[in-house]
Design a protein around this ligand. Structure first.
Ligand code: AMP
Ligand code: ZN
Length: 469
């Protein structure tokens, strides 16, 4: 298997640190609102990477965090007159529903920054002791970039160039920095903000330290893969490397993977530009499987432009696969019980060939676009079978191969049966009961299940209302 490593800017053969195992960390979202479909790209892409490793027989330990302490969360909390925790817990729950709707598997662990402050204090203390960090007059702790010889190795930036760039960009309140490229590990609290006690000042962590700490805690000092969107290369991932390697004295991650942006009108989709669609909005128009199919129709390192046309094409593509599987299922009802005929044996060899093509594509830095092309070859083969004349053995082979290869992409091949109103009402009643019993996990699960069936719930004063997406 070959993976494009941002560190070396080349495709490298994947060699796990421990045989048969993959330790993988993906930077997760900052939870102050519903996630947008740009945030969904790394979720879908790296979930697919995980699924492919599992298909290949690896045991994957997959960690993805929620950043639940941040300026934007605090701002939103102030706007709503609630505490920051209320905001982050709400949007973590909403994010998990969207993930379920997109068929993104839950991570092995989803740590939250606010639950890991102790570990952060330990690592920051250790960095100070080792001379890699220092405390300014106001209690801010900075990482001393000059103390880490390899600073810049991921983003391929030179410390001197960075210095001159940063000098222009004077940040108020950071005048005590020894060097303009030094970055914050811990900062003093501001009025009305959440804070924690520390040996340096009452305050809160900088953004980068959480990932170094959580990655070490849940995966160990050295991991196989660290991933995220390409905007994280600098400064976030560069700073994570500096913190982790300075603290642990060991290489942090062997492979760094970054997805390209999801754009709209050829500009990055982002909250700050206001040019975004939330996953929830998309779910009102499309089955979220269409969104997943759309994301995987391009290679993860290629920019992808969101458009209604491409979504329609994805919808049609997905339908073609589902119709083929349905047809094969129907064929199986009347198929002859016998084993494959000579002609079918030849076609079975073709099936094997397409599986080979699929694996070759995925082995080549997870080329999902080519992998999907191989699935379509199988669909073509499936559609050319004639009902009543094919053997059960052959039809089963084609059907199960399509299903298995789609499952690795997280694509559900089963055609959704339109749920009956009575079934929906029954599930809503179960959810209401779960809420009454304060079993919010079950209530959320039912809501997520309904969402994946294309049913949207709205809690109103008059009770729960629902509509089909
Ligand atoms: P954030 O909540 O901004 O920290 O983003 C969470 C994840 O989504 C990070 O891995 C980002 O790189 C990624 N991301 C944000 N916007 C986009 C986009 N338009 N396209 C692809 N990835 C994105
Ligand atoms: Zn991170």
């Amino acid at each position: 298997m070959k993976i494009f490593n941002t560190l070396s800017r080349t495709k490298e053969e994947f060699i796990p640190l421990e045989e048969g195992k993959v330790k993988m960390y993906v930077c997760g979202p900052t939870v102050y609102n519903f996630i947008h479909i740009g945030n969904a790209r790394p979720m879908i892409v790296f979930d697919t990477v995980r699924r492919y490793f599992e298909y290949k027989g690896y045991e994957v330990n997959f960690v993805s965090n929620f950043t639940d302490v941040d300026d934007k969360i605090i701002k939103k909390a102030i706007e709503e007159g609630v505490d920051a925790d209320t905001i982050s817990q709400r949007y973590i729950a909403e994010c998990k529903k969207d993930m379920q709707g997109m068929n993104v598997k839950p991570a092995t662990v989803h740590p939250q920054a606010t639950q890991e402050i102790c570990g952060m204090l330990d690592m920051i203390g250790d960095l100070i002791e080792k001379g890699h960090a220092y405390v300014a007059k106001d209690g801010t702790v900075y990482f001393r970039t000059g103390s880490f010889k390899e600073y810049g190795k991921l983003s391929h930036k030179n410390l001197e160039d960075l210095r001159s760039g940063f000098r222009e960009l004077k940040v108020t309140g950071e005048e005590d920095k020894e060097d303009p490229t030094d970055f914050v590990l811990w900062k003093p609290k501001k009025e009305g903000e959440p804070y924690w006690e520390s040996p340096w000042c009452q305050g809160r962590p900088g953004w980068h330290i959480e990932c170094s700490v959580m990655s070490r805690k849940y995966l160990g000092e050295s991991i196989d893969i660290h991933a995220g969107g390409e905007d994280l290369i600098f400064p976030h991932h560069e700073n994570e490397i500096a913190q982790s390697e300075a603290a642990n004295g060991k290489p942090f991650a062997a492979y760094w993977m970054h997805n390209a942006f999801l754009n709209i009108d050829n500009r990055k989709m982002s909250k700050s530009l206001g040019n975004f669609f939330t996953v929830r909005e998309i779910s009102e128009k499309y089955d979220l499987q269409v969104l997943r199919f759309f994301m995987l129709s391009a290679h993860y390192r290629s920019p992808l432009n969101f458009s209604a046309d491409l979504m329609e094409a994805s919808k049609n593509g997905l339908e073609r696969i589902r119709t083929a599987v349905e047809r094969l299922n129907d064929g199986l009802k009347t198929a002859s019980a016998g084993s494959m005929t000579g002609a079918e044996k030849e076609l079975a060899a073709e099936v094997k060939g397409f599986v080979g093509k699929y694996e070759a594509a995925m082995d080549d830095d997870f080329n999902t676009a080519d992998a999907i092309a191989a699935v379509f070859e199988l669909v073509k083969l499936g559609n050319s079978t004639s009902s009543g004349e094919s053997s059960r053995e052959y039809l089963t082979l084609v059907k199960e191969t399509i299903e298995r290869l789609c499952d690795v992409l997280g694509i559900i091949t089963e055609t959704k049966k339109e749920a009956l109103d009575s079934e929906i009402e029954e599930m809503i009643a179960m959810r209401q009961q779960a809420r009454k019993d304060k079993n919010f996990a079950l209530a959320d699960e039912i809501r997520g299940k309904l969402l994946s069936m294309g049913i949207l719930l709205e809690d109103t004063r008059e009770g729960v209302k629902w509509k089909r997406a």
